[in-house]
Design a protein around this ligand. Structure first.
Ligand code: SF4
Length: 321
């Protein structure tokens, strides 16, 4: 059966102006392309400052793309404006990293969850709105008594459940999760991940799941994309990236987390990444990773490697291959 894609990102570029220097730009996202199959979870991973959150916010059109295309369920939404964007928001919702900052402190939990229902006119009467809010509270594991409380009265994990309820109450088709578990205790992270997986299973939801290390997306994702300095450097099935990582940056990310990758340990090919991520205002020429790569060759400083399929959909951008 032919694959159906909920999200297709084609050659997406997002630049920001630099204040005080009209000739410079921040190259936040550079020529990023990937696809997310309907009902699947795509993990987007990279260090802080690699552009993954900017990429997510451009896809959901918080930011206007500089170039490239964003296709949601077959419809190009790249340059839609105002009312047209409202329809996109109905289809695509976002869960934020900080569940406290993203919830209005002056609103009750009931009103926080009801707000998108009213904004998108999904429910008409007060009774219908409340029924949907209480139904959502049940689904995310909160009680009806919680509806009249305020966000500051909850723990981080409970606040993120409210964030999930708010995003999912209007039944979107794709949800962008911007580091939704990074601010939570490890014991709570699994609960929130399981909650998101339940919705994937029950509703066939599609997710774009952003994380800063590979441990966080390991059990969530069907496919993973690794980003470095605004570019995708490797894309493949989730299991494959842990078993057969190709890009030196991916191997470095794996080395930074305490997960056993016996094959790599035996080969002694994994070492953590040294040095800082270069400035996105003036990324290094050639391969952007050459300033930190232990395998860099002369060509790496001159020629930018293209993302190439090494077989079975495993794509990598590196002159070693
Ligand atoms: Fe390292 Fe060269 Fe590959 Fe870049 S292209 S990751 S510098 S080996």
């Amino acid at each position: 059966m032919e694959k159906q894609y909920m999200l297709e990102v084609k050659n997406l570029v997002k630049h920001f102006p630099v204040s005080g220097n009209k000739h410079a730009v921040v190259h936040a996202v550079e020529d990023v392309s990937f696809r997310v199959e309907k009902g699947k979870i795509f993990g987007l991973v990279g260090e802080s400052g690699c552009g993954k959150s900017t990429c997510a916010r451009t896809i959901i059109r918080i930011y206007q793309p500089t170039a490239g295309n964003i296709i949601v369920d077959g419809e190009d939404v790249s340059y839609k404006k105002n009312r047209e964007l409202q329809a996109l928001r109905r289809k695509m919702q976002m869960i934020f990293q900080d569940p406290y900052a993203s919830l209005n402190a002056r609103m009750t939990v009931h009103d926080i969850i009801a707000e998108p229902l009213r904004a998108h006119k999904v429910a008409s009467s007060r009774q219908e709105v409340s029924e949907r809010v209480y139904d959502m509270l049940d689904k995310v594991g909160l009680s009806h008594e919680h509806a009249n409380r305020y966000a500051h009265e909850f723990s981080g994990g409970q606040r993120q459940r409210i964030g999930v309820a708010r995003a999912l109450v209007i039944e979107p088709e794709i949800v962008i999760c911007d580091e939704p578990i990074s601010a939570l205790d490890v014991s709570i992270q699994a609960q929130v991940v399981n909650l998101l997986k339940d919705f994937q299973y029950e509703r066939g939801l599609t997710y774009l799941f952003i994380a800063h290390d590979l441990s966080m997306v390991r059990y969530v994702s069907d496919e993973i994309g690794v980003m470095y300095l605004g570019q995708l450097v490797e894309i493949c099935a989730a299991a494959e990236i842990y078993e057969h990582p190709l890009h030196p940056y991916t191997k470095g990310l794996l080395a930074a987390i305490p997960i056993p990758v016996p094959k790599l340990a035996r080969q002694k090919v994994v070492s953590s990444i040294e040095g800082d991520i270069p400035s996105p205002i003036s990324p290094p020429p050639g391969c952007h990773f050459h300033t930190r790569c232990p395998y860099a060759k002369p060509i790496c400083r001159e020629q930018e490697p293209e993302l190439r399929d090494m077989g079975g959909g495993h794509q990598v951008a590196c002159h070693l291959y």
